[in-house]
Design a protein around this ligand. Structure first.
Ligand SMILES: *Cc1c(COP(=O)(O)O)cnc(C)c1O
Length: 424
């Protein structure tokens, strides 16, 4: 490290007008490099952005019970072993019953992520036969996930029905008549965008009844997949998994780390035959869930069972459903802790659910708007990001905003210390 720093210094000194760095400065640079080289590149951050399910910040933070379960699973464990009988068992056994219980589906299964679950389900259920999709649902959710591409990759031809804004039952009927070899109807939740105005789509139950009558399999990609009704908390238009199962969808797919609030995973819930077909497909092995995520997912799902209250136990749900007064109180407390270190006032802000949920609606929030004489907002924000712990904020009207919606009460002392350090 020392040699590297000295070589750079020699090179720098060849530039016209360069003055030599002090011995102390060179040692400091080398020391810092050494420290960085031994540091993990992936570190924890305090999410002061106001976006609860923040894709760039790891989506859902795990509940303590889920993090403990993952830590426990990190060693040897009965992942594929029956402790009673002392013989081989299936890793899927840890999840099937739980997924069924919380979604009220006959069966459940989970793979590495939502996109993988959609690919696997289409490959297993359509088996290369055409897949019918409404033109209003041919979405891209980002990161290269486009419904037409996923259908193609699953080995099926895509049959588009209806129009961008309106698709009727008759459109599905005509497509099924014209393509008797079609095997699957795919319905997708548009997640991160909305078509509003003059729109129409058949009710899910109606589509399910039609699919059953024609011997077609109805697959729904829900994206987020709420298991609790979030409407009383102002989160509108996020369909519940149980409602899709009750409507008669054969296989419902949703992510583990969006509204569910667990680890990265793609859950498939539905009829026994449909789920079993996905489990048997060769892609299931390629996409299988690792033991850490499996343990965390099982523990997260357990928090949805009575008497546990998921809106208390699961961080994502707690942050989405907390009263504004709780956020405001946190802002007040933080303001008190840093008042002597920089200029700070409480602003009314808008936070977001994130993770594709409720893209059109903000959630009222509160932030500490900070400024420090002699420091630009960019520099202050950068110092916060690169401090320990790292704090990710946003800048508005030349103030650095620490939004308190996605900050836990327990994080306040560390957040205050980080702010004081950055301001110093
Ligand atoms: C997020 C999302 C996916 C992909 O899920 P990942 O877990 O991110 O792979 C697929 N479909 C929809 C509609 C989504 O919102």
């Amino acid at each position: 490290m020392l040699r590297e720093v000295l070589a750079e210094e020699r090179l720098r000194l060849t530039e016209a007008g360069a003055t030599p760095a002090t011995r102390a400065a060179l040692l400091w640079t080398a020391g810092r490099r050494l420290e960085m080289a031994h540091r993990e590149t992936l570190v924890g951050v305090i999410n002061a952005t106001g976006v609860v399910i923040h894709t760039n910040l790891g989506r859902a933070p795990l509940a303590p019970a889920a993090a403990r379960a993952a830590a426990e699973a990190a060693g040897y464990g009965n992942l594929e072993f029956d402790l009673e009988g002392g013989k081989r068992a299936l890793r899927d056994d840890h999840l099937g019953g739980l997924i069924g219980q919380v979604t009220r589906a006959e069966a459940g299964f989970a793979v590495n992520n939502g996109a993988g679950a959609v690919l696997l389900t289409l490959a297993a259920l359509a088996q290369g036969a055409p897949v019918i999709v409404s033109r209003g649902e041919l979405i891209e959710i980002g990161g290269g996930f486009r419904v037409p591409d996923i259908v193609a990759q699953s080995g099926s031809a895509l049959i588009e029905v209806g129009t961008t804004n309106r698709t009727h039952m008759g459109d599905y009927e005509r497509a099924a008549d014209a393509h008797p070899q079609a095997r699957v109807i795919l319905r997708t939740h548009p997640s991160n965008f909305r078509i509003t105005g003059f729109t129409a789509a058949p009710a899910l139950a109606e589509l399910a009844a039609f699919a059953r009558e024609r011997g077609l399999i109805l697959v729904e990609d829900l994206g987020g997949g709420a298991l609790v009704d979030l409407e009383p908390f102002g989160i509108i238009g996020e369909p519940m998994v149980q409602a899709s199962i009750a409507a008669g969808v054969d296989a419902v797919i949703f992510s583990g780390d969006k509204l569910l609030g667990g680890p990265q995973a793609g859950v498939i819930a539905g009829r026994r035959g449909a789920v079993a077909a996905a489990q048997r497909h060769p892609l299931a092995r390629a996409l299988r869930l690792d033991k850490l995520s499996l343990a965390a997912l099982a523990a997260t799902l357990r928090l949805y069972r009575a008497p546990s209250d998921p809106t208390v136990e699961i961080p994502v749900l707690r942050m989405l459903t907390q009263p504004l007064a709780a956020i405001a109180a946190r802002a007040e407390a933080l303001a008190g802790m840093v008042a002597d270190a920089l200029e700070a006032e409480i602003w009314e802000t808008t936070g977001y659910a994130g993770g594709g949920a409720m893209p059109m609606h903000g959630l009222p929030s509160r932030a500490l708007a900070m400024a420090r004489h002699g420091l630009s907002s960019d520099v202050l924000a950068r110092r916060l990001r690169t401090g320990t712990p790292s704090v990710v904020t946003r800048i508005e009207r030349d103030r650095v905003l620490a939004d308190l919606r996605a900050v836990a009460d327990e994080e306040l002392p560390a957040l205050a210390a980080a702010i004081r350090e950055a301001a110093g």
